[in-house]
Design a protein around this ligand. Structure first.
Ligand SMILES: NC(=O)c1ccc[n+]([C@@H]2O[C@H](COP(=O)([O-])OP(=O)(O)OC[C@H]3O[C@@H](n4cnc5c(N)ncnc54)[C@H](OP(=O)(O)O)[C@@H]3O)[C@@H](O)[C@H]2O)c1
Length: 265
């Protein structure tokens, strides 16, 4: 199937490793030019070079902190200066820390708000003029916690703020449809990245288990497909939603979780 992504320009936020990195690579494999950002200049530069080498594609790395207005602007501006257009925006960011409600002060809530909700609002706002011109699309990467709050650790920041991103995207899918802009989301369940491994370590300490035991518990008791997902499996779903072959799909939110969520929709 030709996904129609050749020579399109895709912006992938938070892409030095994990889910964002995998999405950038799969988009480049389909012939898209890819703008990648993260905070660590050396790490994002390395990731962009590796993706370009692996795919013979064109990438550009931007050092930017997405929890700030200036960082979001730098990411979008640098990519537009380099490639002159935007067809796809993948909204992604680092995850907020775990913690129980009573452990989280005003500053922690504010940082999580900036990182998880405001980055999505700002990137969307900055991208809109260009996406209207190209009739492009947005894919928000969120979490299965928007359907079922994460149980294994107290991730109340993520559970609260990602729901707001979903409210925004569902509203936008109607508002932006007249411009030909599609808006969708992906919900990772347990995809094997550094973030999930760190969370397993924290969970293991809390439960008096090893991280391997925590993981095995999920693989044998919670995830019907019996394993964590690979980042490239998640990326494949992102690339499809971002492609022209998903031209009649907007306003959806797709779980990529090996069947973990038991809800009907
Ligand atoms: N993996 C899963 O199964 C899963 C499940 C549910 C939700 N999620 C969520 O999906 C997102 C990505 O997860 P992941 O597993 O790919 O995590 P990861 O492997 O830890 O990668 C996170 C990426 O985000 C970048 N980043 C972090 N904070 C940033 C900031 N303020 N500005 C710009 N870039 C930033 C990091 O690079 P720098 O450090 O260089 O900035 C890195 O490239 C997170 O929000 C996570 O909570 C993941």
């Amino acid at each position: 199937m030709d996904l129609g992504l050749k020579d399109k320009v895709a912006f992938v936020a938070a892409a030095s490793k994990g889910l964002g990195r995998a999405i950038a690579e799969e988009l480049a494999r389909e012939g898209a030019k890819v703008v990648m950002c993260s905070r660590d200049e050396a790490a994002i530069g390395r990731a962009a070079r590796e993706v370009a080498d692996a795919t013979k594609g064109e990438t550009v790395a931007v050092a930017a902190d997405l929890s700030t207005a200036g960082g979001c602007e730098r990411f979008i501006r640098a990519g537009l200066e380099r490639f002159g257009r935007m067809d796809v925006l993948i909204v992604n960011a680092g995850g907020p820390p775990p913690g129980r409600f009573e452990e989280l002060d005003e500053a922690k809530w504010d940082l999580a708000y900036q990182l998880t909700l405001q980055s999505a609002v700002r990137l969307t706002r900055l991208a809109l003029p260009e996406l209207k011109r190209t009739k492009g699309n947005i894919v928000y990467s969120t979490s299965t916690s928007v359907r079922q709050p994460t149980q294994y650790l107290n991730l109340i920041l993520s559970n609260s703020l990602r729901g707001a991103v979903h409210g925004m995207l569902k509203t936008l899918s109607k508002d932006l449809a007249p411009y030909g802009i599609r808006v969708n989301a992906l919900q990772p369940g347990r995809i094997d990245t550094e973030r999930v491994r760190q969370l397993d370590e924290i969970g293991a300490k809390a439960q008096g288990k090893t991280p391997e035991e925590v993981r095995r518990g999920y693989e044998t008791g919670v995830i019907p497909l019996g394993r964590y997902g690979e980042p490239r499996e998640f990326a494949a779903a992102a690339v499809f939603l971002a492609s022209e072959r998903a031209s009649y799909i907007t306003g959806v939110s797709l779980q990529v979780d090996g069947g973990m969520l038991m809800s009907m929709f």
